[in-house]
Design a protein around this ligand. Structure first.
Ligand SMILES: [Zn+2]
Ligand SMILES: [Zn+2]
Ligand SMILES: [Zn+2]
Length: 149
């Protein structure tokens, strides 16, 4: 089940709260990392075995159109879905180690895009990109370098 905040966002997007939307939004909301369609199918099956794979994809599509869910496409890896805190345009910082995703608001990339406009004399109207790397938690967990000889 999704929280009231998420349910309100579904309603405000002009959609009804169906059991499928409620279940899938709830799973994504509780997930600490973006979830693949297969993981979502497995998790949904535990909540409601009636919800099949096609329904999972259809529901994801409607939650994406509603601006609640976004997709992370990592080259060479499975597409993953996450519940975003806002329907407003933003970017993501994706940790390669643990898969955690942090939101990067547009103001975080605005100065970069302004420089692209200046240096390339190119008027930017839209940019989509995610940033990959290592999150602070994972960086902090790096093992100490081996004892020096
Ligand atoms: Zn997001
Ligand atoms: Zn990490
Ligand atoms: Zn942007």
């Amino acid at each position: 089940m999704a929280s009231n905040t998420v349910r309100e966002r579904i309603l405000r997007s002009g959609r009804r709260i169906t059991p499928q939307r409620d279940a899938i939004a709830g799973i994504l909301e509780r997930a600490e990392q973006p979830v693949s369609a297969q993981e979502l199918c497995d998790a949904v099956g535990e909540v409601d075995p009636q919800i099949g794979r096609a329904t999972v994809f259809r529901t994801l599509q409607s939650l994406m159109e509603a601006g609640l869910v976004q997709r992370i496409t990592i080259p060479g890896a499975e597409t993953r879905y996450l519940l975003c805190s806002t329907a407003e345009h933003h970017h993501h910082l994706v940790c390669r180690e643990c898969g955690a995703v942090e939101e990067l608001p547009e103001r975080g990339v605005a100065s970069f895009l302004a420089r692209v406009e200046r240096e390339h004399r190119f008027l930017v109207d839209h940019a989509t990109f995610d940033v990959y790397g290592t999150c602070a938690r994972c960086a902090g967990r790096e093992p100490e370098p081996a004892a020096r000889p």
